[in-house]
Design a protein around this ligand. Structure first.
Ligand code: UDP
Ligand code: MG
Length: 318
């Protein structure tokens, strides 16, 4: 059945500079689309006047809905909050970045692909307009992530995607506190495919991801989806035990046959430093998993909605 009702969701965190342009381009997409397109904007606790601009522009406009989160929950959670609003008459959800790096005008292409029988159509970036260093880091990371995590994740694919209702439903069932949305999406399965597109530069303002947040996102991509690192520790441990046993054998043999006592203070120090390093690293790796357990067992709600505007009509949350 061809897709006919689409909800576009876009998270916004301090995007006042971009908002007018975003609204304008979304309006154009709604007007030119042969499908019924709704937009859901998520204010992720902006501290500038993004929320005010949203309220102003959206009140009375039936094509738009908004949810305002009670504070900044982060990109992944904001998307999660948006996906959780999935309404029964939506056939597919189109995720875009609020800063217009993912051109909303590509919607028809995504729809065509979905109509060929795919449940997930994601954007693959062909050129990143970022600094050389950042590009190289991204490339390396995506490849490493794919190698380490058991379930293959598409290379250079972000959250920009058109997702069918049944896949969104499955994503909404996932209780993970740590939301690596593209990973969850890929884990669900069904038929998924990519479309190559060129990622625009940010329309205005600055990236809301600090280096530290990017690193955290990167860690999530690896530790949320793979048991390999923790297995690897076991293997390293086993190998070092075997190695030391072999060494012990050599030393005892030397003593008994040649009567020599082992020399080599340097070797000793080297071994101590090397293996205490291995131990600390291992503890750190285990810590990554323990941390995730720690956050998960608390069972906190994933996000808190402060208020909503549904199809242009304000409705306060309890
Ligand atoms: N964003 C958000 N909450 C955050 C950080 C970012 O909702 O805590 C939104 C942001 O407004 C933008 C999108 O997520 O619409 C992507 O963020 P950003 O452009 O800063 O990331 P980048 O494109 O640099 O990876
Ligand atoms: Mg961006």
């Amino acid at each position: 059945m061809p897709v006919s009702n689409i909800t576009i969701i876009a998270p916004l965190y301090n995007e006042a500079e971009v908002f007018a342009e975003l609204k304008q381009r979304l309006d154009a997409v709604i007007a030119s689309s042969s499908q019924n397109v709704q937009v859901l904007l998520i204010d992720d606790g902006s501290t500038d006047n993004t929320a005010m601009l949203m309220e102003e522009a959206i009140t009375g406009n039936e094509n738009y809905s908004c949810i305002f989160l009670s504070k900044n929950f982060g990109h992944g959670m904001a998307l999660t909050a948006g996906l959780a609003e999935l309404s029964n008459n939506t056939d597919a959800v189109f995720i875009i970045d609020g800063d217009l790096q993912d051109p909303p005008e590509l919607l028809p292409q995504f729809i065509n692909k979905m109509n060929e029988g795919y449940d997930v159509v994601y954007g693959i970036r062909n050129n990143r307009k970022e600094s050389f260093l950042k590009k190289a880091a991204y490339k390396l990371y995506y490849r490493l992530q794919e190698k380490i995590s058991g379930s293959p994740m598409p290379l250079d694919a972000g959250d920009f995607s058109l997702i069918s209702k049944r896949v969104v439903k499955q994503m909404n069932r996932m209780p993970e506190q740590s939301r690596y949305v593209r990973g969850l999406r890929s884990w669900v399965g069904f038929k998924q495919t990519g479309i190559v597109y060129s990622r625009e530069e940010r329309h205005g303002g600055r990236s809301k991801y600090s280096l530290w947040q990017l690193i955290k996102l990167g860690f999530n991509g690896i530790f949320n989806f793979s048991e390999l690192p923790i297995r690897f520790i076991g293997i390293v441990g086993l190998l070092s035990v075997l190695l030391s046993l072999v060494y012990l054998g050599v030393v005892v043999y030397d003593k008994l046959v040649h009567g020599t006592v082992p020399k080599g203070f340097t070797a000793l120090i080297f071994a101590i430093v090397l293996f205490s390093g291995v131990q600390l690293l291992s503890l750190g790796l285990i810590g990554e998993y323990v941390l995730r357990i720690f956050f998960q067992v608390k069972q906190r709600p994933l996000f808190i909605i402060k208020s909503k505007i549904t199809k242009g009509k304000p409705a306060d949350e309890e």
